[in-house]
Design a protein around this ligand. Structure first.
Ligand code: SF4
Length: 184
């Protein structure tokens, strides 16, 4: 059975749990400070590479639908939501996008900006918000290791992986699992 299906009730429960520490008051300030880290993309790519190398030898125990996945989902929610405003898509491409989450684009675009970017580099839907893809492009230029990956063409998002662990999906190549009917 698909691991994503097996964990669905639990992950739906996790997704419904509020994270009060950073939702409102002190938490908002904490989140604002933490999100400034996105302007240090080289530091973040070093951290990403280090975590990947640390976890890789254990990948045979990190299976979709396992208890380990439940822990990973919780850890990803606790770390990536405050840091990247992560939407738990389950198919993380942060290192391909200047450590900037493409799911925060109001149109959820994963292959570059739409045609509506304003002359000041802001979003056409939310004028106060810098375009996610302008930020991704600028940040990727400061990533010597993964920066060129911004030129990769991303497959359509597979919504069946939402609220699962992106790390575990990555180790099992589920990251590359495209929606039914899509040919590369
Ligand atoms: S790409 Fe997906 S998993 Fe990665 S930070 Fe964005 S929503 Fe989260």
């Amino acid at each position: 059975m698909n691991g994503a299906v097996m964990t669905a009730p639990f992950t739906q429960f996790l997704a419904s749990v509020p994270l009060p520490f950073w939702e409102g008051g002190q938490g908002d300030r904490f989140t604002t400070v933490l999100r400034r880290l996105q302007d240090s993309p080289h530091f973040l790519e070093i951290v990403y590479r280090a975590v990947y190398r640390m976890l890789y030898p254990f990948r045979r125990w990190l299976n979709p639908g396992s208890r380990a996945e439940r822990i990973f989902i919780l850890l990803e929610r606790l770390s990536k939501i405050p840091l990247f405003d992560c939407r738990m898509c389950g198919q993380c491409i942060l290192h391909d996008t200047g450590m900037t989450c493409p799911m925060t684009c109001p149109k959820n675009l994963r292959n570059g900006p739409c045609g509506g970017v304003r002359s000041n580099g802001h979003c056409e839907i939310i004028p106060d918000m810098p375009c996610v893809w302008v930020q991704a492009w600028e940040r990727s230029k400061r990533m010597p290791e993964y920066g060129k990956e911004i030129l990769h063409i991303q497959a359509p998002l597979n919504n069946s992986l939402k609220d699962t662990s992106a790390w575990i999906n990555d180790f099992h190549l589920l990251q590359k699992m495209t929606p039914v009917g899509w040919d590369e």
